[in-house]
Design a protein around this ligand. Structure first.
Ligand code: UT7
Length: 331
């Protein structure tokens, strides 16, 4: 690629309230041991009553812009990945643009569930290399606690709330993002969805009585899909960048379940030491999971300039996406 794009700043916002496994064991028929054994999760963050996805996004975006040494007035495009917008419309990116005091720039939401951040990075990269934008803000934000059925033990132990943000700018050739591999298949729509509240099943007393305003998931089916698809997507992104698993210095996987991450490591042929894992402290934060993990990996010194990394996600749709990056290299 002639011109590239790279990440020049990262930010994170995590709500203050922590909900530990033993708190959940008082709410539904579960145990700390079961949750740890089946998922690796120990605790998750829950948004305060006054916080919505755009508020979480704002906290992460402010930190990312500051880390990038830039301000809202420099941003040319805002992309927000979320499955839990403040409301069906206007989109979260417009709410964020206003709150940040950014110029009247392009504002786009990406709805690919847990894959949204990787999809957002891909759109941002395209905007930069095509010359449409110089500075792009990409945010993954979700408040899944608002669509969780707190009486369903098979789902309520899995999720948490957070936001992560990245600022992208042009990169020197050979640096920054090296490849993207995106995929989707509506065949998976029956296994993970929120049924009501859209044009197919508008919200009504009946849909609420049936609990159709909550996320519904067939966990074992989604698990099978994840362990097959994530390694394939990561391998595809590596192939497109002409890289081999041995070239990889760090992997930022979607943080859904520790067992899934172990399986991806084995199938991809990249050792677990290279995977960054924080699912134990956040649970699955959907679109926020990869940027929050990347933020923490960089903060922990696990990522250095010139390192080759892979980010890989899967989610409802089904959707999936992976990308490779050579860290640093801003033009
Ligand atoms: O971002 C994408 C989001 N989705 C995912 O990543 C989820 C992918 N799936 C998974 O991570 C796993 O399938 C789960 C963690 C959701 C479930 O783990 P599992 O090992 O697949 O368990 P299971 O659903 O097969 O259930 C095993 C047993 C069942 O009891 P019986 O039928 O064997 O008596 C469940 O009722 O565990 C029971 N169970 C629980 N027990 C205690 C299900 N949830 C719980 C719970 N506490 N929270």
């Amino acid at each position: 690629m002639e011109t590239g794009s790279t990440i020049v700043g990262l930010g994170r916002y995590a709500p203050e309230r922590t909900l530990a496994n033993h708190d959940l064991a008082r709410m539904v028929d579960t145990t700390d041991g079961w949750i740890r054994r089946h998922t690796g999760i120990e605790e998750r963050r829950i948004a305060a009553a006054h916080e919505a996805s755009s508020d979480l996004a704002y906290g992460a975006a402010r930190e990312a812009l500051e880390a990038a040494g830039t301000g809202p007035s420099d941003v040319d495009l805002i992309i927000v990945g979320t499955a839990t917008p403040d409301m069906p419309f206007p989109n979260v990116s417009c709410l964020l643009q206003d709150r940040l005091g950014a110029r009247s720039i392009g504002c786009l939401d990406v709805s690919c569930a847990c894959s949204s951040f990787v999809y957002g990075l891909s759109v941002a990269h395209g905007a930069i290399v095509s010359g449409q934008a110089d500075t792009v803000l990409v945010v993954g934000t979700d408040t899944l606690s608002r669509i969780t059925n707190w009486r369903d033990r098979s789902t309520c132990v899995l999720f948490g709330d957070a936001a992560g943000a990245a600022v992208l700018r042009p990169a020197k050739p050979g640096s920054g993002f090296l490849s993207f591999a995106l995929g989707g298949s509506g065949q998976g729509r029956h296994h993970l969805h929120l049924k009501a509240g859209g044009s197919r099943h508008p919200a009504s007393h009946e849909t609420v009585a049936r609990g159709e305003h909550f996320l519904w998931m067939n966990g074992p089916e989604v698990y099978k899909f994840a362990v097959q698809t994530m390694p394939r997507a990561a391998a595809d992104a590596l192939r497109r960048a002409r890289l081999a698993p041995d070239d990889v210095d760090f992997v930022i996987p979607h943080q859904a379940n520790l067992r899934i991450i172990h399986s991806v490591s084995a199938r991809l042929g990249v050792p677990m030491e290279k995977f960054f894992v924080n699912v134990q402290r956040y649970g699955n934060t959907s679109a926020a999971s990869i940027p929050v993990a990347l933020y923490e990996a960089v903060g922990a010194g696990r990522v250095s300039p010139g390192d080759v990394g892979v980010m890989v996600a899967f989610g409802a749709g089904y959707t999936w996406g992976a990308c490779t990056i050579r860290w640093g290299g801003a033009a």
